[in-house]
Write a protein that binds this ligand. Structure first.
Ligand code: PLP
Length: 374
């Protein structure tokens, strides 16, 4: 029997909003916004409008908005660029960063001091920030657990030591209110496909000073921080998606937390021995759990067969499912990380999606646990 598909992996990517598709189609024919003739000026106007709208929605100046090709690129340009623009050799980061930050730091071959993380998935001791560093990195909310980090405190502590701060806000932009100016971060990364814009479209907000040193070298677009000819249609679609997402933040926070809470309570009522990894304060649509004794891969496959699309939430490189570095960092045992499943809700989620999970979860977990015993 064919099941209706139930998509509960919005933190991985969320369906494009119609306003973004419309904006993209409207401007698909735009030419090079750097051209000094009429078609160039026309494209430039669309790009400028997108930049101004994004700046307004995120509390930044238009010049601080840099279009990139992904959240990953924005993270890399910021971390590597801020490190290279400093004379210091020290970096402070966290063990729960997305690979876009973790691997960028690793590639610098510098000793990175990692802030410890508590069982609630939040950085717990900020004292490493009191010693000056080339850059401090802290994500605003974690992509696996949804845990919202004490980002204001992190920025205050780092700033007091004169350390620039990069914030990976890929899971936050379009989901929580963001005011870049008030936040006081040096750079901030976002990704359009997490808020209903096109995939392969990122944003880097970068203060004028200290600015990241160039990592990519080319024609000098985007203040030389991200050279390359810009895709005007993608910029317009990103701005349109962000405008709609930001406009819905308050209502969606209420709606999604209610759905997420119903999902969590329903699962806890139907299945024994469940570990809940998402603790408050967390993003409204996130629910990360472990079903000890089951393998995440089996759970995902069985859910998929029942029409439910969710993920383990951990890095799945070359098809090998590794224990989540995020769960390990918050003290979950290796065995328990193996039975992890992440459900994430978003703008197309409904009560029926939650019901669909609850209708099958007991049997799915029982079967995955039986499979896990052999
Ligand atoms: N940072 C976080 C916290 C993410 O969740 C993601 C995407 O999963 C990224 C960075 C990378 O974004 P992108 O997929 O646009 O490269």
């Amino acid at each position: 029997m064919q099941h209706a598909r139930r998509y509960l992996d919005h933190a991985a990517t969320t369906p494009m909003r119609q306003v973004a598709i419309d904006a993209w189609v409207e401007h698909a024919g735009a030419l090079n916004p750097g051209g000094q003739y009429r078609s160039g000026r026309t494209a430039r106007r669309v790009l400028d409008d997108a930049r101004e709208l994004i700046a307004r929605l995120l509390g930044a100046d238009p010049v601080e908005v840099i279009f990139t090709a992904s959240g990953t690129e924005a993270d890399n340009l910021a971390v590597t660029g801020l490190y290279r623009s400093s004379e210091l050799e020290r970096i402070v980061s966290t063990p729960i960063e997305h690979p876009a930050v973790l691997e960028a730091v690793k590639a610098l071959e510098v000793i990175a001091e990692l802030l410890p993380v508590g069982p609630d998935g939040r950085v717990s001791d900020l004292s490493a920030l009191d010693t000056p560093a080339a850059v401090a990195c802290c994500m605003w909310a974690n992509n696996e657990t949804g845990a919202i980090q004490p980002i204001e405190e992190v920025i205050a502590r780092a700033s007091a030591a004169g350390t620039p701060v990069h914030v990976d806000a890929v899971q936050v932009v379009g989901h929580l209110p963001v005011d870049f100016r008030a936040l006081g971060a040096t750079t901030l990364a976002a990704s359009a496909h997490k808020f209903g814009g096109p995939r392969s479209s990122g944003l880097l907000l970068a203060r004028r000073s200290p600015a990241p040193a160039p990592v990519l070298h080319g024609g000098g677009q985007e203040r030389g921080i991200r050279p390359g000819t810009l895709d005007v249609a993608t910029a317009a679609a990103t701005a349109a998606a962000l405008e709609e997402a930001v406009g819905e933040v308050a209502a969606e926070t209420v709606r999604l937390s209610a759905l997420r809470d119903a999902l969590r309570e329903g699962i806890l009522a139907r299945v024994d021995d469940v570990l809940v990894h998402t603790a408050e304060p967390a993003l409204p649509g996130h629910l990360h759990l472990s079903f000890p004794g089951a393998e995440g891969d089996s759970l995902i496959m069985l859910l998929d067969a029942a029409g439910i699309e969710a993920s383990t939430g951990s890095a799945c490189a070359s098809g090998v499912n590794r224990a989540s570095h995020v769960l390990l960092a918050q003290g979950v045992s290796e065995r328990d990380t193996r039975g992890a499943v992440r459900f994430t809700l978003g703008h197309t989620s409904t009560g029926e999606d939650v019901e669909a999970v609850l209708a099958v979860i007991a049997e799915v977990v029982a079967r995955a646990r039986t499979a896990g015993m052999v």
